[in-house]
Design a protein around this ligand. Structure first.
Ligand code: SAM
Length: 238
């Protein structure tokens, strides 16, 4: 299934990061996903193409006007549709589970804020969900939207080549991925773990699993606890 992304942004050029580079660009060329950007400035009605104004009640910065965004969303939704997701530091934090769910949608509209954010009435009327990249504040929603696009597209069947696999990555099965090594076998006095050179695939798989569990226990006790819980909850033989 192809996912169509409609992205509402004042800075469409920032999406070259996913349309012109690497895996996501190849997947775009291969027709696995579609990208259209919509600039709210193109939906203004004054000579200055105004998209923001001062906040009611005073305070610093500017707020994105509801009217141009309403018109932009009308156009984007008519063309592509899908759930409207506003990238926001106040949203639910993005994680692998959410990315997996998004990768199964057929159309998604991403709304990128700028300045101090967006007029609340527009959010209340048009947004289905708010997603955050983390507990920090970006200058705009674009880097967060790029992160969503990148993470979702690499999960699409066929996006990664045969030699790449999302299933061995961190978070796919609730664990961090084991460390990786490549040539040479010794680098400045540090040797590659012997088992990786053994050719014994079962031993390598078991070693990788142990390393993944060790790293997760040490670095992310929260993930480890959830993993343990899931393992214990699994029915016999599952
Ligand atoms: C400077 S921020 C506005 C922050 C807002 N005044 C607040 O404190 O919640 C401008 C825009 O960046 C985006 N943004 C900022 N931090 C983000 C985050 N952690 N995740 C996703 N989007 C974010 C949002 O689209 C937001 O409208």
């Amino acid at each position: 299934m192809v996912i169509g992304f409609e992205v509402i942004t004042l800075f469409p050029a920032m999406f070259a990061a996913v349309s012109e580079y690497g895996v996501t660009s190849r997947a775009l060329q291969a027709g696995l996903w579609r990208l259209r950007t919509w600039n709210p400035r193109d939906f203004t009605s004054d000579n200055y193409r105004t998209v923001d104004d001062r906040p009611y009640g005073g305070g610093p910065g500017m707020v994105m006007l509801a009217e141009p965004l309403e018109r932009t969303l009308d156009a984007a939704q008519a063309a592509g549709g899908g759930r409207v997701i506003y990238l926001s530091p106040q949203g639910t934090r993005l994680d692998h589970r959410k990315v997996m769910a998004l990768s199964k949608e057929s159309a998604i509209t991403l709304l990128c804020g700028r300045y101090e954010g967006v007029d609340e009435r527009l959010l209340a009327r048009r947004v289905d969900e708010e997603l955050s990249l983390g507990d920090f504040v970006l200058t705009g929603g674009e880097p967060a939207a790029v992160a969503v696009l990148d993470a979702v597209v690499r999960l699409l069947p066929g996006a990664l080549g045969d030699h790449e696999s999302a299933s061995s990555d961190s978070h796919y099965d609730g664990l961090l991925s084991p460390p990786s090594w490549t040539r040479p076998p010794a680098f400045r006095g540090h040797a590659v773990p012997e088992v990786l050179l053994s050719g014994d695939h079962a031993a390598i798989a078991a070693w990788r699993q142990r390393e993944a569990e060790r790293l997760t226990r040490e670095r992310r006790p929260d993930l480890w606890a959830a993993h343990e819980q899931g393992t214990q909850d699994a029915p016999d033989g599952a």
